[in-house]
Design a protein around this ligand. Sequence first.
Ligand code: SF4
Ligand code: SF4
Length: 378
Amino acid sequence: MSLNLSLLETFRKDLYHCSDCNYCVDAVWAERGMHHVCATITHHSPAISYSGRGFVLAARALLEGQTLNPETVAERVFSCTGCGNCEASCPIGLRPAQVGQALRETLANEDILPPAIAALRGRMREQGNAYGAPREHRARWAEGLSFSAAFDASIHYAPGCAAAHARPADARATVQLLQAAGERVSFEPASDACCGAPLREAGLLADAGFAERALAARGALRVLTSGLECLTSWQRAGVSVHSFAEWLCAALAEGRLHLQARVTRPAQVRVFDSCASRRPGGAPDLLRQALSALGQDVVNGPQDARHAVCCGAAGSLAELHPLSAARMAAARIDADSRWPVVGSDPRCLGHLANGGEAERYFGLAEFVLAHFDVAGRT
Ligand code: SF4
Ligand code: SF4
């Protein structure tokens, strides 16, 4: 089968400037916070074809007319988490993660998909979420909460798949804090479904576009979502969207919410740095700013965020290789083992909690409700 290589053409400069230095594969530079780069190489397979450099080599070979087995290339590029650490590590600013994404899109356009990715697409079409949970279970997190009507709402809450299905306590805490600050929150179970982010990460652009158009059709003017990967889907749909950390920073600065730390508050926490800010097309993670605004002492500095190795939750790796994704999570759990951990990405937190010690992991809203007295505009 001949592939349409026009997307790869747009990366020609990256492909031919690569010096094969291998930084994007296995660089270690403690002073710069680099402790290996590619989670797939470290925890799944050391074969170069699974790395950002391998994607550059494969794309160049295809453009030069070499024959590569498309199914083999697909197995490699869909085993990428899309974390972007290879790009953050490249000393000359090349874009190996985006080359990997372009390869996924090129293959997906011809329907050359590993069976696990085809199954993901099927689950998304049938149930509207990446977890394969029944569609009717999606709104269970909201049972017992009351919401404003959409026409009267000041903000619409869209939890995202991970908060709705894997971190329901964080979704509830988010709504409670929004309402404590005087927000009139709407939530519409009938139209709440996946925003398409997992589909886009997997290169399934037709399905992702369908989901994004559905967001635009909801007509919400101002949205808050818990899913960091969901932010860009809402932005693509032309909707004003906020993360909870962003909203919390603004609510505290504007005096809409007053939080008083209880004596039970941990003296120190560890921030779980996700790859959300670093992913190609990703969104900024304002968790550290929010914790700073709360006066919360944090043990790990912001330099950890730049090259944090993926926990295995993101992209399509976990679909193909769940055991490798579990090893990635275990590596992050070991590194974080002494403190309560606060994260702002429910997808990561749900994945880590599956590895044990779930009680040590808090979403930001959960952490606030657990350790602060709340007063605000109601
Ligand atoms: S995006 Fe992340 S998982 Fe994918 S090749 Fe780059 S470093 Fe490895
Ligand atoms: S993409 Fe960048 S870091 Fe990776 S091998 Fe090429 S030059 Fe080195």
